[in-house]
Design a protein around this ligand. Structure first.
Ligand code: AMP
Length: 420
């Protein structure tokens, strides 16, 4: 293994592709920031119980994929595999949930860790932008989040994605369904692992990707037929609000998702250009999570969109984002005194808010102009010894190729107005 090889299932974000990641995070969070969501940041690790109690002991995420560690002091910690449990924990700890302040609407962006079988689109370290609306049972919140995710993807220029929508019922109707499904599953010919799953988390079996399992599932009882009246009415209202916003969705009765805390509304955004790792984002309502982690009743809803897969989806659709060049002016100086003077001008430009860079490393004119080109700067400011003696700098418009002298003392003002 080479010393320079990042760990399996991870990769580095390097320029220029890294700029796309920043732009995607920005584009996903912009609609949230514009809709009353405040920024929250939580630690990269939490006490293990938060996830085992919250996400669920029987889920793959907790039972197989969590990076756990014991500190020298004996604390059991886990690198966060997802964001919702941490954000809810932070809201409770920070007392954001006091009556009158609900719903608490928060957004976040960060790194998440799962020990998964690595492949394209599935990494051990990945990046999500997420949103949570905590402490309110209102179908308009579920609808708002679905609509904002759709808006984010559309603003980015994505088209080939679909919204899948389902209701998982609540603590009244789901247990009845669970039992009916378990009764059905017990009559099937399943492997030991799946039999075990059917006992702990039967709904997850519906989600099994294997064809032989799916064949046996034909005729299984469907949750839709077991939803209580309250859940049905709630779901219809979510569907109506999303429809009224002009966001198309597909009802997917088998959409279960891999986390235990979901109730009622669940949804997933899938992209058709990504092969097996097609989910670009997902979320839903988690009315019981607060109580599961020891808090008061706080019905909530949220989503997390994967940044890595969103970038892959853009690439699959051939969408290139319009990312402005990072540098507007590139300084090229020839000779020691010119270097000193022009370096000072570059500093002045930066302080005046103009994005400026400089030919470092004592290169000759040819090499330095190559750097100027590569930087994408609109202007190159070239200062030779003779220019210096005359008190001017040669300003070259890199788009038109036009070039002319500008008084050194006027450089900052001239550039500011020409770039405006
Ligand atoms: P989840 O928390 O599993 O619902 O995931 C939400 C979103 O995060 C998914 O739709 C993916 O876009 C992204 N995601 C989850 N796990 C991974 C992973 N291992 N690698 C890359 N992206 C992931």
């Amino acid at each position: 293994m080479s010393t320079f090889q990042a760990p399996k299932g991870t990769y580095d974000l390097l320029p220029p592709r890294s700029a796309t990641f920043l732009a995607v995070r920005e584009a996903i969070s912009a609609p949230l920031r514009n809709s009353g969501y405040g920024y929250v940041e939580t630690p990269g690790f939490e006490n293990v119980e938060l996830f085992s109690r919250g996400v669920g002991e029987s889920t793959d995420i907790v039972s197989k994929e969590m990076y756990t560690l014991t500190t020298k002091g004996g604390d059991q910690l886990a690198l966060r595999p997802e964001g919702t449990a941490s954000v809810l924990r932070a809201a409770l700890q920070g007392n954001l949930h006091k009556a009158g302040l609900l719903p608490v609407k928060l957004w976040y962006s960060g790194s998440y860790y799962r020990y998964e079988r690595a492949q394209k689109g599935r990494y051990r370290h990945f990046s999500q932008v997420g949103a949570e609306a905590i402490g309110s049972e209102d179908p308009a919140l579920d609808a708002e989040l679905i609509i904002l995710a759709d808006q984010a993807y559309r603003t980015l220029g994505l088209r080939n994605f679909r919204v899948l929508l389902n209701s998982l019922g609540d603590k009244e109707c789901r247990p009845v369904y669970r039992e009916a499904l378990q009764g059905f599953l017990r009559g099937l010919d399943l492997d030991a692992e799946t039999v075990r799953r059917a006992e702990i988390n039967p709904l997850r079996v519906l989600d099994d990707k294997r064809e032989d399992v799916q064949k046996q599932l034909v005729g299984a009882p469907m949750l839709r037929d077991y939803l209580c009246d309250a859940c049905k009415a709630y779901h219809e209202e979510v569907r109506a609000l999303v429809t009224a916003a002009g966001v198309a969705f597909e009802d997917d009765e088998k959409l279960v998702r891999g986390l235990d805390y979901y109730t009622r509304t669940t949804f997933e955004f899938v992209h058709d250009g990504l092969g097996s790792q097609s989910a670009v984002g997902g979320g839903g309502r988690y009315d019981g999570l607060s109580e599961m982690i020891g808090g008061p009743s706080l019905p909530s809803v949220g989503w997390a969109l994967g940044v890595d897969r969103t970038v892959l989806a853009l690439e699959a659709e051939g969408v290139t984002l319009d990312i402005p060049a990072a540098t507007s002016v590139f300084g090229v100086a020839l000779g020691e005194e010119a270097r000193r003077v022009l370096f000072g001008k570059v500093t002045e430009l930066r302080r005046a808010g103009v994005a400026a860079d400089f030919a470092f490393g004592g290169k000759g004119l040819k090499g330095a102009m190559k750097d100027a080109n590569r930087s994408g700067a609109r202007f190159a400011a070239v200062l030779g010894e003779r220019d210096l003696a005359e008190g001017v700098v040669q300003l070259k418009d890199m788009q038109s190729g036009e070039q002319g002298p500008v008084a050194l003392t006027d450089l900052v003002d001239v550039l500011r107005s020409r770039l405006a």
